[in-house]
Design a protein around this ligand. Sequence first.
Ligand code: NDP
Length: 477
Amino acid sequence: MTLHQNLIAGEWVGSDGVENINPSNTNDVIGVYARAGAEDAKRAIAAAKAAFPAWSRSGILERHAILKKTADEILARKDELGRLLAREEGKTLPEAIGETIRAGQIFDFFAGEALRLAGEVLPSVRPNIGVEITREAVGVVGIITPWNFPIAIPAWKIAPALCYGNTVVFKPAELVPGCAHAIVDILHRAGLPKGVLNLVMGKGSVVGQAMLGSPDLAAITFTGSTGTGKRVAAASIEHNRKFQLEMGGKNPMVVLDDADLTVAVEAAANSGFFSTGQRCTASSRLIVTEGIHDKFVAALTEKLKTLVVDDALKAGTHIGPVVDQSQLSTDTDYIGIGRQEGAKLAFGGETISRDTPGFYLQPTLFTEATNQMRISREEIFGPVAAVIRVKDYDEALSVANDTPFGLSAGIATTSLKHATHFKRNSEAGMVMVNLPTAGVDFHVPFGGRKASSFGSREQGRYAAEFFTVVKTAYTLA
Ligand code: NDP
């Protein structure tokens, strides 16, 4: 099998590799991908540092053209790249193609942003002095990404980093090197100068750790677990570098008595179980008021019965496999914990066999859960959700906000009063009314509060806050 290598200083390098395995069929080896070590990370950082002065002063038309060419190729190859994504991560083919299109749209958006870089010119409070406020590139940016969005998350970090003139060292999650390699290959062929974008596939504990320890990284943008995020924060403070963290969630979906039942069930099924529940914006806490509780549970259970769990590439599959054995064990451990804690298993809970060996798990619904149970407080990151019964809207809001996390929150209601109040009073970074908690646009800010996020927002024009530094210049007329 061809070895897919790392890209360092414009050269494809690396001799030994690891197999990339399909979670829908563990006999299917997608490819062999080079594994970088700590020395490779250091060389990549040195290459990015050397490339920074020229790239940060490159013309905006050059940046625009490279990002646009990348967008066009990703969109033209959406079916093939989507298939690769579904094969390595396990989300269904339509979801994977959708994510690939999203990545293309993000590159397209930032291709446009490259042409719209702007500053401000103001009069000084002192006579005969002018003030200019400009944004400059930060320097070498380290990008560390998780496995659950193998093409969209790298896109929403790499595109703005390059757009604003930074150089990049990119370490994808070890489980999904395929999409990472493909996107870097496209950018490289689109004409990026040597060293501007470097790819170091390898273990987080080795390559990621080496990046955290480097004094030459001016910024790190990270998406992943809260535990690793804390390491990124500690190391970044030590090196006085900018950092941005997107971490876990325990997102609430409130369903009120006056909700449209169909809308509520569709939103809960989508948020809780699609993409195998492996989304930081998944809603794993379904907070339901008394009057609609039993009807909602019955309708959601009926809906879950119709969802097909199977090979991500098969037509008709609604839920693909869990990403690997380790995540599957985490999910089944939590199902055991939920039972021990006294929640009622209303649906699912079992691993299942299919034609091919893979990590298949039934969508799992608990009822009669409390917000104090571990299944309600800790992120499971699988197709597992729990219904919490509440008296009324006030209790629903209070339970929704009673969590260490604050990424996304949803409400199903036909009441304008409650929807408006929830939008204002939810302690989440993103609020959805009559929509799933997962599923966001690419041109507006993404991010959370509390333990879910740290630093400025990602995506849309708000990305400039992280990927640039502001300079204020005064000139005597
Ligand atoms: P991890 O934190 O384990 O991994 C994220 C990335 O960090 C991977 O590239 C990983 O490498 C790397 N890493 C691991 N250890 C270190 C280290 N010591 N130093 C530097 N880098 C390191 O999370 P997962 O990939 O398992 O992703 C799942 C988690 O991500 C979930 O908790 C989920 O909620 C969260 N997430 C949050 C999102 C958000 O926007 N808020 C979006 C998507 C996911 P390696 O793969 O080699 O371990």
